[in-house]
Ligand binder design. Structure first.
Ligand SMILES: O=C(O)C1=C[C@@H](OP(=O)(O)O)[C@@H](O)[C@H](O)C1
Ligand SMILES: C=C(OP(=O)(O)O)C(=O)O
Length: 413
């Protein structure tokens, strides 16, 4: 995909997809509740896939493709609903760990076997015999430093365990806002939940059918922040469907982008982004991505492109996402004169030395976020993005939205 900007300020309104995180939780909760309606489900593959697989559950062979939430949430859902069959995923999904979740579900009474490598999909799921006496909650303890999706998956099926669930989180907890999102949505669907520090209790009971409208996706919004940051002076854009009171931790992009000259104004069900002059950088800021790992690529690319270095922490989970995102960022930033330099002790510096955009071709590693995080560089010169359809995972209309805003977007160049 060849992408270039004709010049002049960026203006107008961009449409965002709905949050795939909210949608995939709401779809599981709706399936468990047996009713209710969901508004603003996106056409993103992760969401459409969850819809299809929940409808196809009578079949005995399902693929979660490259969708982490689908793989992890469905494993728990299918296990406690007594489904029997095989759940697999893409080659990359078969490298993304699931042991923490499988161990916990086995302890709760699920029968799950690994078909290839211990600790990784594909899985053979076969039957559920509750481990706890009916009156007692299932007691589980899970570490929170690999993926929060295991915790969300367990919490959502908690009310369906005979005595409910008492879940103790241990160690360093990454992606915590996603756990909070899970709990908030569970409560909307009628779950009885309480927490005492990191001991989370879900009492048994049925979810109630609920109507819910999904918010637009803040992770997708981050790319528009990047476009505004890198665009000519006077650029601004309105993003529809975002709320100030959001369940999404990736709303943190609004605060982070003040470092890079983007100011946010909240409107009714929308935000307005405006480029403002950069203030001189007096010290290298440290930004922590523990709570919002999906924003890391966006921020690394903007910092390097503006030659405005930033130290990034909390990137541990990036190595086990759609690709090893640290390695991918390092390789691709280097093509422009940028780097994500490993400073040790979990700290990386996004920086550059003579950053220049001039028809480089960016590899995307089967990772939607590699494509979308590098696309804003088109504001600085023509660029090519390889395997552009990868955006279908979370933002299928991404290239169309760019074309509507005036970018030249073409396969042929
Ligand atoms: O629960 C969710 O919806 C998600 C949790 C995060 O994953 P981890 O918990 O593995 O960091 C995030 O990166 C992913 O895109 C979506
Ligand atoms: C990590 C991501 O997704 P998942 O883990 O759901 O595949 C992502 O969308 O950046």
């Amino acid at each position: 995909m060849h992408l270039s900007w004709p010049g002049g300020p960026l203006r107008g309104t961009a449409q965002l997809p709905a949050s795939k995180s909210e949608a995939n939780r709401a779809l599981i909760l709706q399936a468990l509740a047996g009713g209710g309606t969901l508004g603003n489900l996106s056409d993103a593959n992760d969401t459409q896939l969850m819809l299809r697989l929940l409808a196809a559950a009578p079949s005995t062979e399902l693929s979660a493709e490259d969708a982490g939430t689908v793989m992890r949430f469905l494993t728990a859902y299918l296990a406690v609903t007594n489904w029997r069959g095989r759940l697999t995923g893409t080659a990359r999904m078969q490298e993304r760990p699931i042991k923490v979740l499988v161990d916990a579900l086995r302890q709760a009474g699920a029968s799950i076997h690994y078909l290839n490598n211990d600790g990784y999909p594909p899985l053979e799921i076969g039957g559920f015999t509750a481990a706890a006496e009916t009156a007692e909650p299932t007691e589980l303890s899970v570490r929170g430093d690999i993926s929060s999706q295991y915790i969300s998956a367990l919490l959502m099926v908690g009310p369906h365990l005979p005595g409910g669930l008492r879940l103790t989180l241990t160690g360093h907890i990454g992606s915590r806002p996603y756990i909070n999102m899970t709990v908030a949505l569970m409560q909307r669907f009628g779950a009885d939940y309480s927490a005492d520090g990191d001991v989370l209790t879900v009492r048994p009971g049925a979810y109630r059918p609920t109507d819910y409208v999904i918010e637009s996706d803040w992770s997708a919004a981050s790319y528009w922040y990047a476009f505004v940051a890198l665009a000519p002076a006077g650029s601004e854009i309105t993003l529809a469907g975002l709320r100030r009171e959001s369940l999404q931790g990736d709303q943190a992009i609004a605060e982070m982008m003040t470092q890079f000259g983007v100011e946010t104004t909240f409107l009714a069900e929308a935000v307005h982004l405006r480029q403002v002059p950069l203030t001189p950088q007096t010290a290298i800021p440290v930004l922590d991505f523990t709570d919002c790992p999906d924003l890391a690529q966006t921020v690394a690319v903007v910092a390097a492109a503006l030659t405005r270095p930033v130290d990034m922490t909390g990137l541990e989970s990036l190595r086990i996402k759609e690709t090893d995102r640290i390695a991918a960022l390092q390789t691709e930033l280097a093509k422009f004169g940028g780097d994500l330099r490993d400073l040790g002790a979990g700290r990386f510096r996004a920086e550059s030395n003579g950053f220049a955009v001039d028809n480089q071709s960016v590899a995307t590693y089967h990772d939607h976020r590699m494509a979308m995080a590098f696309a804003p560089l088109a504001m600085r010169g023509p660029i090519a993005i390889e395997a552009p359809t990868v955006v279908r995972k979370s933002y299928p209309q991404f290239w169309n939205e760019l074309a509507k805003r005036g970018f030249s977007v073409s396969e042929a160049g």
